[in-house]
Each structure stands twice: as structure tokens, then as C-alpha cells.
Ligand binder design. Sequence first.
Ligand SMILES: [Zn+2]
Length: 373
Amino acid sequence: MFGKSIRIARIFGISIELDFSWFIIFFIVAWSLSMGYFPYYYPEIAKKHYWLMGMIASLLLFLSVLLHELSHSYIALKNRLPIKSITLFIFGGVATMSEEPHSPGVEFRVALAGPACSFFLMFIFKALAICVPEGSEAYAVFRYAAYINGFLAIFNLIPGFPLDGGRLLRSAMWHFTGDFKRATFTASNIGKGFAFFLITLGLLQVVTGNAFNGLWLILIGYFLKNAAASSYRQVLIKEMISGLTVEKVMNRGVISITENSLLSEVLDDYFVRYHVESFPVLSGERLAGVINMKMVKAVKKESWGEVRVSDVMTRALDGFVLSPEDSIDFVLRRMVEEGSGWFIVLSERHEVVGVLTRSDIMHLLKIKSSLDE
Ligand SMILES: [Zn+2]
């Protein structure tokens, strides 16, 4: 929500990240449980225990959300859908898939896994509550954990994209109409409609004096509205670039550096002059490596007059090379997965025929979307 997150673990090779909003949420949940929920429903429990119960219950909420997201990811990975990271927000997380599901069936199964897991956890916590003395501290915490998992399952089943229910709806429409774009459009509009419903309900609650619940609803509605809009935009982008190849988008005017040049020469003649961060390095006609500002800066300033480009450039070209026939879709996926934004385009005969950067693709999308309006 605040756009900043920290990594807390790696599971199945997926990076698990915590959005900063979670730290605030954690304490708000722990606080409201220990000040409101537990004293109200379990007044017979000793007062000093409420805080610890609140913290544990808040932690269980966090674990429940994590398990919900991991179930989605597990089924996705089993269907060969790469998951880059999971970021945890309030009532769910966002598993960043670098690809959309290939078929309605896969989408259906991936979407169903989360709510199924939450329902399962609800029964587990209900069973645990039966095993401890009724009205005890553990009983109160388990009952809450069961309730919150039921809530997670039902909330996520709301049929608005990108919630799980919206994904189930999209996969069904996609299955019956065969039109992925239309299915996404309808599912995300229902998502937006539901978001506005939540915001209106929240505003009404604030006006009628129930500010706490009202603000929660407004926050969730706002989050849903943004998520619905951005997921739809992603599908539009995918459609815009479908069928486009590197050859059609790349820059043909390639500026390259020869490997024998001194760093002091290339700094002024290339880096400063062209405002470019990376350059292909040639040995004769052949591509020998790549040099960027970071590699230059790794060398002490005093030595820039003696060190040659070939001494600092990288020869590991795999991460930088594209073929003219590669699809733009493939390039975008690589940009997300590898975090890179600059590529050299090599012909079959290993000649440098172009350069493709993130901003070239952004520029293309801008032009295409302005033509669509
Ligand atoms: Zn889910």
C-alpha cells in the first residue's frame, strides 16, 4: 500500500515480503483485540492477559494470510506458473506472477486454493478450541483465529477481480466465451463496483458515528478499487504488445565502444555525451562485453587514464542479449524477473543490430494507448 516492503523469508524459492502497512496493521489489530474484542467477549479473563492474547491473535492472522497466499503459489508453481514474490497486505497478499494463467482451468484451481486453505484453517482452529477449556485464554485466541480464517475465505470469494472470487468468475467467463480480455473487463468492473459499495458503506458508518469500522471499509474499498484498475491495465498492455517483436521496437542506431579504449576517454566521449548508462563493447566487429557506469565507478578515479574498457567490462552476456525475433511479451517478463532494463539485440550472425531499453517499451505503450483513445 505504501509501495515499500521488506523480505522476511524464502519459501518454495518465492521471496516473502512484508508491506510496511503490515507493521501498523499488526499493532492496530493487536490493540483493538486487547482493548475491545477480548474484554467484550471474555470479561472473565484476567485483564493483564489481554495484551499477550492480542499479539498472538494478530500473529495468527498474519500466519493465516501467509498460508492462504502460499496455497495459491503452490498450485501456481505446480502448473508451471512462476511466482516471483508474495507481498502481504491487510486482508490478503499479492502473489506477483510474471505470467497470467495459460488456461481457465489453471486460473480456477490457483484461485480456489486460497479460500480452500482458509476454510481448512478455520476448521483446524475450531477443533483446537474444542481441545482447550472453554472460556480460557487459548480458547479465546483459537476462536478468533477460526473466525478470521472464515472471514478471509469469504472476503476473498467476493466476485470482483483481482480478488479470488473475481478470478474464479473470470476463469468461468473465459472458459465459456473464450474471450480473456472481455472476461477480465467484466470481472474487474464488478470489483470496482464492489469497491465503491464498500467506500459508500464506510462513509455512511463514519457519518452515523461508527468511525472505526467505517474507516476500515473505506481503506479496503480504496485498495480494491486500485487493484481492480491496475489488473485490468495489465491485461490491456498485454493485448497491446501481443504479436510485437523486438525487431519492430528496438533502436537501430547503436552506439558502441571499442574494447581498447581507456576509461577516461569513454567517460567524456560516451557516458557524458549520450546520457546512456550502458554500452555494448566491440572487439573488431564482434560483441565482446557490456560496460556500464557502475563498472566504471568501481575503479578508482586516479586510474581512469590507465585502465582499459576490456579490463572492467562484463563478458557474461546472457543477461543482456535478445534476438530480433523475441516477443516484447518475453522481454517484459525478463525485465520483471531479472530486474534489468537494457538489452543488446544480436542477429543470427552475432552482429549487434540494435538496443532495446525499458523506456523504448514505455514510449511504445504510451503511443499505442494514445491511439486507442
Ligand atoms: Zn487469495
